[in-house]
Design a protein around this ligand. Structure first.
Ligand SMILES: NC(=O)c1ccc[n+]([C@@H]2O[C@H](COP(=O)([O-])OP(=O)(O)OC[C@H]3O[C@@H](n4cnc5c(N)ncnc54)[C@H](O)[C@@H]3O)[C@@H](O)[C@H]2O)c1
Length: 496
């Protein structure tokens, strides 16, 4: 991840709740989850040392600079640094000495077959085995395949004498963009524990004391059930997204409107409205990896995973939605060559600079390979997107949303940042030569944008007929277009 310049405001005075017992805690891994965990546990009044193997990252963090864009995190972290409840180091073995609890929050990336790469966890566990002894407790925060905590416990038992620390798991459910609030006010705290007494669990709950005191429900279960709960939770959300996208395809083919359908079914309390959003599909560092990992777990245990496989297939298809719509409008693949398309939004969702598995990048890559000239813009994810996308000399990194429109034929909305949704549609209509917008998130007010003279293509929704005003605007623009030949093979039938 690239460094995002953060405004260096003086740290706010911190009124941390005083826990019944301030614990000494090490958090290993200072990425999205580890950093939020460390800062929030310090906020709960504990003495926290945050560890990462990335020296440059630790130097920046110790200096008060947060690498990732996460609202509220930088201020919270700086306040804990000033209060001396939080420090950063790369020296893992020294950090592990004399701690009550170790939280492991290193990355667990997916391999191409869906299985999980556990190399980072294994490396950390070797250090833990060398230094940490009972009654200290190890808590796995990283998302791991079912059975991992038991394997790690066995390894520690074999490496240590009789005083190996207990391994619990406490899967993390925070969402990027609202991570601090999600950590401090989670819907539940999940604890996986295979021990015969509850001493380790009590220690973990002491770390979460302010949350437990505030009434957050605690669900304790065996480690296998806790690990599977995390994968199953992400799979359930991903499945909902793929389900609604499949219904959106049916809506698009039959003339129904997916947004009305979502209202229609979402008002049923048994179904609910959340995560019923048609669009370009899910992305990010968790859903694609966790669905694949669960599918792979099922395969290893000779269990069929038809729903998981369908979820992935639908998502892969959905990521091509804007490409397919553009291609259909242009008549054939060859006619995409030379077209100029602006893409608004590169982060996998608003509120984050994370572009891992972002549908926007898959789209940009596909369009660039078809010879489309791109102008890309995101309010916070430009640096990460530049690092992730293969260099293409026809791709322009725009300075602003308006700048991305300069010289563009069409616009694709890939991430529904507020500034895009609030953008003046008249300005968009004036800038786009083909005056067509592909709203891959169904976020735009289609009536208002159509009124401005734009043809608004949304996922699973009928295209609104042009109003009298937009017909006039279209006519004027077509006359202009006839005087200035389009770079693309022909204009869209925008009044159709
Ligand atoms: N990002 C999310 O929204 C989210 C939410 C819930 C759960 N998770 C899970 O949490 C885990 C961490 O995810 P993340 O997004 O924070 O990852 P990340 O890539 O942002 O951070 C991982 C950090 O661990 C560090 N690291 C790797 N090996 C190390 C080692 N041996 N010693 C010390 N540090 C090491 C890396 O340098 C990196 O800074 C993953 O298992 C993920 O699936 C992520």
């Amino acid at each position: 991840m690239k460094l995002i310049a953060t405004e260096c405001r003086p740290p706010q005075p911190d009124t941390a709740p005083q826990p019944r017992r301030a614990l000494r805690i090490a958090v290993i891994g200072s990425g999205y989850v580890g950093l939020v965990t460390a800062a929030c546990l310090a906020r709960c009044g504990h003495a926290v040392v945050a560890v990462d193997s990335d020296e440059a990252k630790i130097a920046r963090l110790a200096d008060g600079h947060v690498d990732v864009y996460e609202p509220g995190l930088a201020d919270l972290m700086r306040a804990q640094l000033v209060a001396q409840r939080l420090r950063f180091t790369t020296g893992i073995q020294a950090a592990l000495r004399d701690v009550d609890l170790v939280f492991v929050a290193v990355d667990t990336p997916g391999r191409s077959d869906g299985s999980t790469e556990l190399g980072a966890i294994d490396a950390v566990m070797r250090d833990i085995a060398a230094v940490v002894r009972a009654p200290s407790v190890v808590v796995i925060k990283s998302t791991v395949p079912v059975g991992t905590a038991q394997v790690l416990q066995r390894q520690l038992d074999e490496a240590g004498d009789s005083d190996a620390p207990r391994v619990l798991c406490s899967p993390e459910f925070l969402r990027e963009g609202t991570a601090v609030a999600d950590f401090l006010q989670p819907e539940r705290i999940l604890i996986g524990d295979d021990g015969s007494d509850d001493a380790a669990q009590r220690l973990l709950l002491a770390a979460y004391a302010p949350l437990v005191d505030a009434g957050i429900p605690v669900l304790a279960m065996d480690t296998r059930s806790a690990e599977l709960s995390k994968h199953a939770a992400n799979a359930a959300l991903a499945m909902r997204i793929s389900f609604v996208n499949e219904i959106a395809s049916i809506a698009g083919a039959t003339g129904a409107d997916i947004e009305k359908v979502c209202d229609g079914i979402g008002s049923d309390r048994r179904i609910g409205r959340s995560f019923l959003r048609a669009g370009l599909g899910y992305g990010g560092s968790c859903f694609p990896k966790d669905v694949a990992a669960l599918r792979e777990t099922a395969r290893r245990h000779n269990v069929r995973s038809d729903m998981l496989q369908a979820t992935e297939r639908i998502n892969d298809r959905q990521r091509c939605w804007a490409f397919n719509e553009l291609q259909r409008d242009m008549g054939s693949r060859g006619r995409l060559r030379g077209l100029r398309v602006a893409i608004w939004g590169l982060a996998f969702k608003p509120g984050t600079d994370d572009v891992r598995c972002a549908p926007s990048l898959a789209l940009a890559d596909r369009l660039a390979r078809a010879g489309v000239r791109l102008a890309l813009y995101d309010p916070v994810a430009m640096a990460n997107a530049r690092a992730a996308l293969a260099h293409d000399r026809h791709t322009r990194w725009a300075e602003s949303a308006g700048d991305a429109l300069t010289g563009a034929d069409a616009l694709v909305l890939a991430t529904e940042w507020d500034e895009f949704v609030a953008f003046d549609p008249d300005a968009v209509a004036a800038a786009l030569r083909l005056r067509t917008v592909y709203d891959g998130r169904n976020a735009l007010d289609a009536a208002r944008w159509t009124e401005a003279g734009l043809r608004v293509v949304q996922v699973g929704r009928p295209i609104l007929p042009p109003s009298a005003r937009s017909l006039r605007l279209n006519l004027a623009a077509e006359q202009r277009a006839r005087r200035v030949p389009l770079r693309a093979a022909g204009p869209l039938d925008i009044a159709a």
